[in-house]
Design a protein around this ligand. Structure first.
Ligand SMILES: Nc1ncnc2c1ncn2[C@@H]1O[C@H](COP(=O)(O)OP(=O)(O)O)[C@@H](O)[C@H]1O
Ligand SMILES: [Mg+2]
Length: 285
């Protein structure tokens, strides 16, 4: 990963009439990063992406895509970003291959069927490449959205809740593909999600957004470090007692003294979900 900032949000605000959907969003994404934007429904994740790609104008604040304000140079932004929108949107009467070829054409790029076929293969859509898109299942449509976003081979891929409705099996192969895009094609990847395991599994860094504000932005590792591990004591009476482990030190002697009938001991590792809940429940803590 380099130090080059490819996406910058600084005090971004967006109002819809009296309603403030984005209050103060500030974070940066570096080249080659896998970045997750986490937030509950209504946190403003999609609104932020819409401001980024020029679907909606921000009210105030700064946004830069590879150093350029998307409102000043929308063409540069469109070439730089591949956006996988939350809502499925393509012409259902075209085939996946036609949709991808058309997409490259829109960007004025030369045809490259080998590249498009590679994307379809990676997204397990090869056997559907010549059927009308309306015949695809929900999960296939979502994958076609990803293929469409990659058709012009942009350096930055933004995925807005990409795995909603994709079954677990294909979700894992999608994760592998995203990792491959990052490591082998040097893409920067930003994902919004409310699946916390997804962020934990994939992202180097995470920003948590709630009520239109960036509450915290840190490495996944540091965020997980904010919660202590817990010792779970199962007693012979089938009770479960949880003791937080401070500073990684465990006083086994006192545990044995306090719980003479221990059946089982296990350590519960912190989950991003717990950090997330803590920060979205009480943003100022
Ligand atoms: N065009 C719009 N007009 C009015 N309110 C909107 C519009 N788009 C989004 N909102 C509101 O902004 C808030 C953030 O929405 P959204 O960005 O879709 O959140 P998320 O993607 O995090 O679930 C929600 O309360 C939503 O109702
Ligand atoms: Mg959304």
């Amino acid at each position: 990963m380099s130090n080059e900032v490819v996406l910058k949000f600084h005090k971004v605000q967006k109002k819809f009439g009296d309603f403030t959907a984005l209050k103060d969003v500030s974070f940066e994404v570096k080249k080659g990063e896998f970045f997750a934007l986490l937030g509950p429904n209504g946190a403003g994740k999609t609104t932020l992406i819409n401001c980024l790609c020029g679907l909606t104008d921000r009210t105030s604040g700064e946004i830069a895509v590879l150093g350029v304000d998307p409102e000043k140079d929308p063409v540069h932004t469109k070439l730089s970003l591949g956006i996988v929108e939350q809502e499925v949107n393509f012409d259902p009467f075209f085939t996946p291959m036609e949709i991808l070829r058309l997409r490259r054409g829109l960007f004025g790029l030369p045809a490259d069927d080998a590249y498009l076929e590679w994307i379809l293969e990676k997204l397990s859509l090869t056997d559907k490449k010549d059927v009308r898109a309306r015949q695809l299942s929900g999960g296939m449509k979502r994958r076609l959205m990803i293929a469409k976003a990659l058709a012009h081979d942009p350096p930055i891929l933004i995925l807005d809740e990409p795995t909603a409705g994709v079954d677990v099996d294909l979700r894992n192969s999608l994760y592998d593909f995203l990792r491959e895009l990052r490591t082998q094609k040097q893409k920067t990847i930003v994902l919004t999600t409310h699946y916390l395991e997804e962020a934990e599994l994939l992202a180097d860094r995470v920003a948590i957004q709630n009520l239109g504000e960036t509450i915290i932005c840190d490495t996944t590792k540091n965020l997980l470090g904010k919660k202590n591990r817990t010792l779970v004591i199962e007693t012979c009476e089938d009770e479960e007692v949880r003791v937080e482990i401070d500073n990684n030190s465990l006083d086994l002697e006192s545990i044995v003294a306090n719980y003479p009938h221990v059946k089982n001991l296990r350590i519960h590792e912190p989950k991003l979900e717990e950090v997330f809940l803590e920060f979205t429940k009480n943003p100022k803590s």
